[in-house]
Ligand binder design. Sequence first.
Ligand code: SAM
Length: 374
Amino acid sequence: MLLLKDFIIENIHKKGKITFAEFMQIALYHPQYGYYNSDKERIGKSGDYYTSPTVHKIFGELIAKQLEEMWRIMGERKFTIVEMGANRGWMCYDIFRHAQKEYPAFYEHLHYIIVESNPCVREKQRLLLESLHLIPDKKVSWHAYAEHGFSFDAIQGCFLSNEFVDALPVHRIKINKGILKEIYVGYNDKEFIEIEDGVSTQELKNLLKYYQIHHLKENQGYEINLNAIQWLKHVSEKLHKGFIITIDYGDTFDGIYRGNNSNGTLRCFYRHTVNQDYYEHPGEQDITAHVDFTSLMNAGKTCGLKKTGFAKQSHFLIALGILERLNNDIDTVLKAKNLLHPEGMGTIFKVLVQHKNISNPHLTGLRPLHSITI
Ligand SMILES: C[S@@+](CC[C@H](N)C(=O)[O-])C[C@H]1O[C@@H](n2cnc3c(N)ncnc32)[C@H](O)[C@@H]1O
């Protein structure tokens, strides 16, 4: 998109160079031309990629099952779900529809806050949820999340997200001849270029001290998601009591960088193909990096969140009973397979559950699977 490219170039000219996180912020979230602020379909068959809620409703239904158990653990009181980056509202729809049918007492106590930065999808969410009579019953409300935090009071319940964290802008760093460097984006009057220089913020330096720079591999590209850490701190401020379920692709820090990915995990998705041409089609393709769940666990510890458990998506869904729910409907079986398969979403996607002000909760989705191998 030419206008967006010009806007990025103008920014680079003003500052000399911008961090990769700034580039990604503009490409994905420019108010007019950003990838995620568009009316265009980004997810699903006519978009660039699929997400679990768009694969099959069974995903949202099993999340509803887990949420209902959390509600019971918390004493069956008012329970607020805050969904980050809900996009068209598919998961919200599946959770409510399943709760109405299977868990009427839970449904009575349920309130849902949708936090989605794309203004173009609000009407689509409203239309989708209308058939469940949620809006006249004031079951759903909409709020914003920005740098200073959330626009609602503290809740009891659960913060929930699927593929939200991977969509947050990341800084890129590497060690070059023993010296810590950040990768910036410049422009040479023909094309975008990458420039290595000292790291841009103290926050980044502090975080890297934690990872002990000398343990980082020479010339390995790393993505650092400061926005995710900041977001988790804001979540903790607004969670009086309850859980946080973060579902995304990624792994622990060691798990991500153990493998053969010396350029890091940054990828672009464009019409169901993957590429590493980050500077092509700005505003027209998704840019995303694997989620470093270790950083979320560590950040959680510093702001009063305890780790309930961490599992592969396949483990979580099997523990919640996905296999028992597969009937002879071939369509359900094939789609569920995508959610579970080691080479599909089953292994690469992880579920991190954290909790606050609850003592030692045990959740069905995190129970050990003695009898089933995945
Ligand atoms: C990869 S999509 C995932 C959509 C959906 N959760 C799903 O699984 O299909 C990421 C979503 O996060 C939203 N998002 C990104 N930053 C946000 C923010 N600061 N506040 C609210 N939503 C945000 C994007 O607009 C986008 O809809």
